[in-house]
Design a protein around this ligand. Structure first.
Ligand SMILES: Cc1cc2nc3c(=O)[nH]c(=O)nc-3n(C[C@H](O)[C@H](O)[C@H](O)COP(=O)(O)OP(=O)(O)OC[C@H]3O[C@@H](n4cnc5c(N)ncnc54)[C@H](O)[C@@H]3O)c2cc1C
Ligand code: SF4
Length: 847
């Protein structure tokens, strides 16, 4: 006899296909393979859940798909019904049904509300005007982008935009607005930036850094009115206090999307949010609320990690693991994802005196601020703030989270054992196995290391795909990398030195891949050979690789360049820039000297002669750069690439032209060499020198390549440098004629560019090269690898393609877009203060 068994599937409806709603599904799938449940998830947005934390990356590539948490097929593959573009309008608790905008009804056994939050838009007169945006969804960003393009069109003056709110998100939005070519003005009600995470001193340091990026900051401003008829034209704070802006991005906090709770009388907080207990149940035990809509312990947690923990708890509760509840201590540590500014706060950043004491380290010349809060008995790190350098964030965070022991002299944590501003820690391996390294995905140190020692993971990518560590906010990445490397080393396994976790290749491999496959740009490289969205490590490395292969200038692929390269100038401590024109071989005519002086006077710049025989003009504001370049170019100058990892200078002595000891014309040859390699980008900066005799007045042996005139030709020295770890260049070949010098230099430089790691200068490169200088001689002089012709013709190809990037930037309207709004502007940065010094000026010291 057959017994027919009916399996009654329990229905779970998830309302909200955002980050946390998706995570609920993912966790459900991983906990419950043979499900007796059927999940239907509704999303009001038109697309499947995407990574909101990395939303700003949409501005870089416009690729919404790249942000998806999982493709539609993932839901299908796991038997989950995904319905997008449809909003739930009502909950009928008595019949356990919900209604959608299309008036469809669905029954549930369990209902999970993951409706997130909406940006809070303050009730300011005129806030509904055209040109006012919020910053939450891909559609918001599309709107901002289109509007910014429209208001910038056919304009050569400054186009200003305001960002209402100087918190984490506001600053992220301000940076995005700046990258769009608008002048951002952050307007904050509180007297300091990031008021919830930073103390006043830290906030001041942050403000200086933010302003140095060209982001204007207006503190203690209550906006009365958004000005304009139909379209925004400005913001008014007081009768005589206004700014003209043509766009406004509101980033003034969030409000939970709790409107559904009202339709079915679930308990809500006084200021919104659906009240839940530690099991994430609302006042109806069949209805859960998770993520930014849930009011737990009277708090809305506006971060993704607590949302993921809530999803985990709700999954467990529904599956009957009722012991799994929310932890009382929810970690609110955060790190700002703003290119060029390191800011982090963890634990209790401000701490009441009754709990302990604080130690503060501040270095105003370096824009550094570090604060640690220590318990009264000196044994525990309770929290802190890091600005300017957040490299220690992960370690501090771990010490705080796991109550790890701290040094007896707690200040060593921030000023280093020898008072050098460093830090004193043991290895990451000293952290206990139970320590949670990735808060978003709740991955412990033990899980990361065991994935290698007991699992089949062999590298970072394997560990990430196995454990999901780093895939949330990404703040734990540096520590995960260290743990993976240390674990691999402890097993005697090879640690592959990849560029970063987005590319499983080292620089040399990437160079070859890009060249062989004729890859056109960063996004294509990421698609073909990388994963994820890229980071601030791989982007400049790739920019340098593209430049070294195709001689493209920093005006192309601007978004992946280092800050100095983006603006083709060196940013200085008060946020102004220095301008260094090329002076090949250090030879300069009186007319050109006069032109430099005139330009310096016109723009009131401080002038100084550099060690590389050039003249540095300091104190230029960003909007002045194209104007200064124009004057210099008219006078016959070019960019000196003082900002780039590129050839800087070829220094020379006066040689046989003037010096009675001179054996050859060192100036002529230095000029020829500098002109040949100008604009050449390399793994690190390159410097050369040419001396007319062994007295070595050009200090050629302190350079990456140096030539010294001797009887019968030039002696060629390579791989030296000055700086913090000086190295004398080593003799490579003797008594060379001019042509052979150039031939060897072409080969040597090209070989270095092809094979060195990122930011490795020639001296450490040679130290690591198997076979050292003798091997290099075989490759370069004897052509042991048979690549000499190729190296020479590659170099010639680059030399032929040289263009001055300043000239390019001011002449090509597309390339000059990022500067256009500064050109012709009468605006100056009012916050800049200079004081006189020896008949010139200098930045006013901080008080
Ligand atoms: C630009 C930006 C940067 C951020 N950076 C960080 C960061 O660095 N670190 C960090 O921890 N957090 C960050 N956050 C916050 C983080 O994104 C949120 O904490 C997280 O997205 C919350 O997830 P959620 O699922 O609760 O809400 P959401 O991601 O907002 O998802 C809720 C979804 O529900 C939908 N919905 C609402 N009501 C209904 C309805 N009635 N019917 C159907 N669907 C509905 C909404 O349309 C939305 O798609 C950032 C947020 C933004 C906007
Ligand atoms: S290196 Fe020799 S040639 Fe050059 S300036 Fe010095 S002494 Fe004169």
């Amino acid at each position: 006899m057959f017994v027919i068994k009916y399996v009654v599937m329990k229905k779970i409806i998830v309302v909200g296909n955002g980050m946390v709603g998706y995570k609920f599904c993912e966790k459900f799938v991983s906990h419950n393979q043979n499900s007796g449940f059927k999940i239907t998830i509704f999303g009001e947005e038109p697309r499947p859940a995407y990574d909101r934390v990395h939303l700003s990356e949409f501005f870089e590539n416009g690729d919404a798909k790249a942000l998806e948490m999982a493709p539609r097929s993932w839901y299908e593959d796991h038997g989950i019904e995904l319905i997008t573009g449809e909003r739930i309008t009502d909950i009928h608790r008595s019949s356990k049904k919900i209604t959608t905008t299309k008036d469809l009804h669905y029954k549930y056994d369990y209902l999970v509300l993951a409706t997130g939050s909406a940006p809070f838009v303050p009730n300011i007169a005129g806030i509904e005007k055209k040109g006012v945006f919020v910053y939450r969804t891909i559609e918001d960003l599309e709107g901002i982008l289109a509007y910014a393009q429209k208001i910038k069109e056919h304009r050569s003056d400054t186009v200003k935009a305001a960002i209402l709110g100087g918190g984490l998100l506001g600053l992220e939005a301000a940076k995005a607005v700046k990258d769009m070519g608008l002048e951002p003005h952050v307007v904050e009600f509180a007297p300091k930036l990031m008021p919830r995470q930073l103390d006043t001193r830290g906030s001041k340091v942050l403000q200086e850094k933010i302003e140095s990026l060209g982001i204007h900051v207006h503190l203690s401003k209550a906006t009365n009115k958004v000005l304009g008829d139909d379209v925004i034209t400005g913001m008014e704070f007081g009768e005589y206090d206004k700014i003209d802006v043509e766009m406004l991005v509101v980033s003034a906090g969030i409000r939970p999307r709790d409107e559904l709770a009202k339709t079915c009388s679930l308990k809500m907080g006084v200021r919104g949010g659906i009240v839940v207990n530690g099991k994430m149940q609302t006042t109806d035990p069949r209805i859960y609320a998770i993520g930014e809509v849930a009011l737990l312990n009277n708090m809305i947690y506006g971060l993704v990690a607590p949302g993921y923990d809530m999803a985990e708890v709700a999954v467990n509760q529904i599956l009957g693991n009722t012991d799994v509840v929310m932890n009382d201590d929810i970690d609110m540590s955060t790190k700002l994802k703003l290119i060029g500014v390191d800011v982090a706060s963890y634990g209790e950043p401000f701490m009441p005196v009754e709990k302990g004491y604080s130690i503060i380290y501040e270095n105003k010349t370096k824009n550094l601020y570090k604060r640690i809060n220590i318990s009264h008995d000196g044994k525990k790190l309770l929290g802190g703030i890091l600005i300017g350098d957040a490299t220690d964030y992960n370690m501090f965070h771990q010490i705080y989270l796991n109550s790890l022991p701290i040094p007896k002299d707690a200040e060593e944590l921030i000023i280093g054992a020898r008072g050098e501003g460093g830090s004193t820690f043991g290895s990451v391996m000293d952290i206990p196995d139970v320590a949670q390294i990735c808060s978003c995905e709740s991955v412990t140190k033990g899980a990361i290391c065991c994935a290698i020692t007991e699992g089949d993971c062999n590298n970072l990518a394997d560990v990430i795909s196995k454990t999901k560590a780093t895939t949330g906010c990404g703040g734990c990445k540096p520590m995960v990398v260290d743990l993976v490397n240390e674990t691999l080393k402890s097993l005697g396994k090879e640690v592959r030195e990849t560029v970063c976790e987005h590319f499983g290749f080292n620089r040399q491999e990437l160079y070859d891949l890009i060249k062989i496959n004729k890859v056109k740009d960063y996004n294509e490289a990421l698609n073909l050979f990388g994963e994820g969205h890229g980071c601030e490590i791989c982007k400049p490395v790739m920019a340098s690789i593209f430049a070294s292969i195709t001689m493209e200038t920093a005006n192309r692929q601007v978004s992946i360049q280092d800050t100095n390269d983006r603006f083709l100038a060196n940013i200085q401590r008060n946020g102004t820039y220095s301008v260094v024109p090329r002076v090949p071989g250090g030879e300069i005519t009186p007319d050109k000297l006069i032109a430099l002086g005139e330009t310096a006077k016109k723009y009131d710049l401080y002038t100084k002669i550099t060690g590389g025989q050039r003249i540095d003009l300091f104190g230029a504001q960003l909007h002045e750069l194209p104007l200064i370049w124009k004057d210099l170019i008219d006078a016959g100058f070019e960019s000196g690439h003082a900002y780039g990892k590129a050839l800087r200078t070829v220094k020379s002595c006066v040689g046989s032209t003037w010096c009675r000891y001179g054996m050859h014309e060192s100036v002529t040859f230095a000029i020829e060499i500098e002109n040949r390699y100008k604009g050449l980008r390399s793994p690190h900066k390159l410097k050369g020198g040419v001396s007319g005799c062994i007295r070595e007045c050009a200090e050629a042996r302190g350079k990456d390549f140096g030539l010294i005139a001797v009887e019968g030709g030039w002696n060629l020295y390579i791989c030296g440098n000055g700086g913090a770890t000086p190295k004398h260049a080593v003799l490579f070949a003797e008594k060379l004629d001019d042509a052979t010098c150039i031939k060897y230099l072409d080969r040597f430089l090209m070989y270095y560019i092809r094979t060195a790691g990122p930011l490795v200068r020639t001296a450490p490169w040679l130290e690591k090269l198997d076979g050292g200088i003798e091997y290099l001689k075989k490759v370069i002089i004897e052509d042991a690898l048979g690549i000499a012709d190729e190296l020479e013709s590659e170099m010639q190809g680059l030399v032929n393609k040289y263009e001055c990037e300043w000239k390019q930037a001011i002449e090509d309207p597309n390339m000059s877009k990022r500067f256009r709004h500064f050109v012709n502007s009468e605006d100056t940065d009012d916050n800049l203060v200079f004081v006189p010094m020896r008949d010139q000026k200098k930045p006013k010291a901080w008080i």
